[in-house]
Design a protein around this ligand. Structure first.
Ligand code: NI
Length: 182
């Protein structure tokens, strides 16, 4: 089981690496890591388990957050009370996006950023992501709102980008009226 301490903190330089594309078949090690990522993200969003195992709640994780510079990510999206859609995408790419941009009004969060960061992070309201599942089959996902933000946030990790990079601490709510709050 993954623990909070297994997740790299924002000060760790490895989070700035540009991760490498994976090839198939995935190694057993990578498949095992993916299972651990799914387990962590799911448990972390179930209050009693988050408390029991002392997990910080999160809906997405990129491999580099575990120190693995490979292009895969996991998103566990809660669609109803303790009901989740799980997305595992290798070599993900955003192939189209809406013109409209949105931001998380409460502020975006990240399992690698252990502090509250105020400010807005403009994201596309809708994106289409293409990539591969764990077996190497091509997949395409249409995501909107919170899920679209999660994909953009996790794909940024694969390119060494953190959400805090978008925020100017001197003007954290810059241009907020240009985007829709969610
Ligand atoms: Ni993150």
């Amino acid at each position: 089981m993954l623990k909070n301490k297994d997740i790299l903190d924002e000060k760790d330089k490895r989070l700035r690496l540009v991760s490498e594309e994976v090839t198939f078949p995935l190694s057993k090690e990578d498949k095992d890591k993916i299972k651990l990522m799914v387990e962590y993200l799911t448990n972390s969003q179930i209050d009693r388990l988050a408390e029991k195992y002392n997990l910080r709640p999160g809906m997405g994780m990129a491999a580099i957050q575990l120190g693995i510079p490979k292009r895969y990510l996991v998103i566990v999206h809660e669609i109803a009370e303790e009901e989740f859609n799980t997305y595992i995408v290798c070599n993900p790419k955003i192939v189209s996006n809406s013109a409209e941009k949105i931001y998380v009004e409460m502020g975006e969060g990240c399992l690698s950023v252990n502090r509250d960061v105020e400010g807005i992070v403009p994201r596309y309201a809708r994106v289409t992501v293409e990539g591969y599942d764990v077996e190497g089959n091509k997949i395409r996902i249409r995501a909107r709102e919170e899920l679209a933000i999660a994909f953009q946030h996790e794909i940024d990790h694969l390119n060494g980008i953190l959400f805090t990079d978008y925020i100017d601490p001197k003007n954290p709510y810059k241009d907020e009226n240009n985007y829709r709050a969610i």
